[in-house]
Write a protein of this length. Structure first.
Length: 386
């Protein structure tokens, strides 16, 4: 929100003011630069012109200033370029007629033509209109008495003032775009964080709720004949529920990091409760980077959860080992079962795992293993220092 307001504040420099304060500030800036019209005003007062010439010159100057202020003070970014070009052409015509009719002091109007074209026209057009207005001033000047010394002091202001406005407008536009890009990046980061939280909650609650469901079913079957065993299952349900609550709180706080030893122990408990023979490694791989270990731990949790919930398997084998390949050293986690197998149905779990593994340069492969069974293979590269 702050970025948006800041960008809008900056953008007001290049568009019509919206409040009384903005109007006052912009009016002050524009009025300061009208000081350079003192030469034509002085010429009207003490230039020796007739009353009729003074009257017409004053009306012409007032019309020029009014048109200039409308063009600069109220730029409409939706206005067609042809309409802006027409406005600049009107100013150019006024500057030419007044200069030829009243004298060299009026050549300064071409500086305002150059500045207004640089402020109101796109850069690809104003890069031609600014030197064009300056060139026209140099063409008109020789027709006026004493033009040579006077013209020398106007060429540079006309060129520099016009191109300065082109640069200022481009700078404002670029700054606004950068601030909008920052706001977009912040929004994307927030979206990514929401996705991360969704993955964490899915992985945490999917595993824990599956285990609670299994143990509840076991307790229900044991209750009539084996009340003590059923009570043990109920106690396990309470323990798993409490741990799930702790895990969710830690995940929301951003402190949760899955570990292989913890997930191997949890996998053994879940498989045993589901009456699946578990063949698990005795010890995890040592000295794994935290990010790689976390990605593999989440992969193990998701794979075991799927075995318990969907496979109908009697046996589940988990292997975890380091392999040396031509592409470098990798840690491979493979979870396979002898269940019903079948095609992969991508869901939140596998999608989240793929994103986690890709974040650490790893890959995920999941699919049927032969005629029956299912296999998940997660691979994470090891750095040279591992």
């Amino acid at each position: 929100m702050a970025l948006t307001q800041e960008s809008e504040g900056l953008g007001r420099i290049g568009r019509a003011p919206e409040t009384a304060t903005h109007k006052v500030v912009k009016s002050l800036w524009i009025t300061i630069w009208l000081f350079y019209l003192s030469a034509p005003v002085t010429d009207l007062v003490s230039g020796g012109h007739s009353t009729g010439a003074r009257l017409l010159g004053g009306l012409g100057l007032a019309a020029f200033v009014a048109w200039y202020l409308v063009l600069v003070f109220h730029p409409d970014r939706q206005m067609p370029v042809r309409r802006v070009l027409f406005s600049v052409a009107v100013l150019t015509t006024q500057a030419t007629v007044l200069s030829l009719a009243l004298g060299r002091e009026w050549l300064v109007l071409f500086v305002y033509v150059s500045i207004s074209s640089g402020a109101a026209l796109p850069a690809e057009i104003s890069r031609w209109t600014v030197p064009g207005a300056t060139a026209l001033m140099m063409v008109v000047a020789p027709a006026l008495p004493g033009w040579d010394a006077y013209l020398a002091g106007l060429v540079v202001p006309a060129l520099m003032g016009g191109f300065a406005m082109v640069g200022v407008r481009k700078l404002i536009q670029t700054t606004i775009e950068l601030r909008q890009a920052r706001a977009t990046v912040a929004q994307l980061a927030a979206n990514e964080e929401r996705l991360r939280m969704a993955r964490d909650l899915h992985d945490l609650l999917g595993h824990s709720l599956s285990l609670i469901t299994l143990k509840s079913e076991l307790a229900g079957r044991m209750l009539p004949a084996q009340p003590e065993a059923a009570a043990q299952q109920v106690a396990d349900i309470e323990r798993v529920g409490r741990q799930a609550l702790v895990d969710v709180r830690e995940a929301v706080s951003g402190y949760r990091r899955a570990t292989l030893p913890g997930e191997l122990a949890g996998a053994r408990t879940a498989l045993t409760a589901a009456a699946v023979l578990a063949d698990l490694p005795a010890e995890p791989v040592d000295d794994l980077p935290e990010e790689a270990e976390s990605a593999l731990a989440w992969s193990l949790r998701e794979a075991v959860t799927n075995v318990v919930r969907h496979s109908g398997a009697k046996r589940c084998t988990v292997t975890l080992e380091t392999r040396q390949t031509l592409a470098g050293r990798f840690v491979e986690l493979m979870v396979s079962d002898d269940g019903g197998g079948g095609p992969v149905a991508p869901g939140n779990g596998l999608t989240g795992l793929t994103e986690r593994l890709e974040a650490v340069g790893g890959t995920l492969t999941a699919g049927p293993a032969g005629k029956t069974g299912f296999r998940l293979l997660a691979r994470v590269p090891l750095g040279s220092g591992s």
